[in-house]
Design a protein. Sequence first.
Length: 159
Amino acid sequence: GEEYKDFESLSEIDECRSLFHRLMVLDKLLERLTECYPIKNGFIHSKELTFHPLLFNFWSRCFLKLKPCFSGISLGQAKNLFHQLRARSEKPPFQMPGGEDNFLKNFLAYCSDFEPEAVAMLKDTLSLVWQKFQKEYEGVSISYINGRYSKFFTITTSL
């Protein structure tokens, strides 16, 4: 673990408060999603699992018009996802036009009863998550996509 560190400025406290609120709205979103689509026993087996695969597995399945759930996608489905997302973007940095809007709309549809401040925070947080995703894959050719190094998806071998 990390050693304890005192806050050195008010901006550090504000940054932690903001991060905490972002985690709270992501937790609330994941709670809502798991109410609608329960996670199968045994799915969360990795100590390294973060919220990224939960969000991106679910979203990619919706985007590809597969059954909504938290299960991974096959390598072929992952490559199809990027082919569709990139449209006509043929060389790095690959653009994903409309991807962020689709990502946001997909998740915000589950939050119609959230407080307006929570929706705004969630939208901003999901936008930051999308930007990290886009940055991660903007230089990766579809032929190089595989499950071994994917921190955003669970790419399965048996679909």
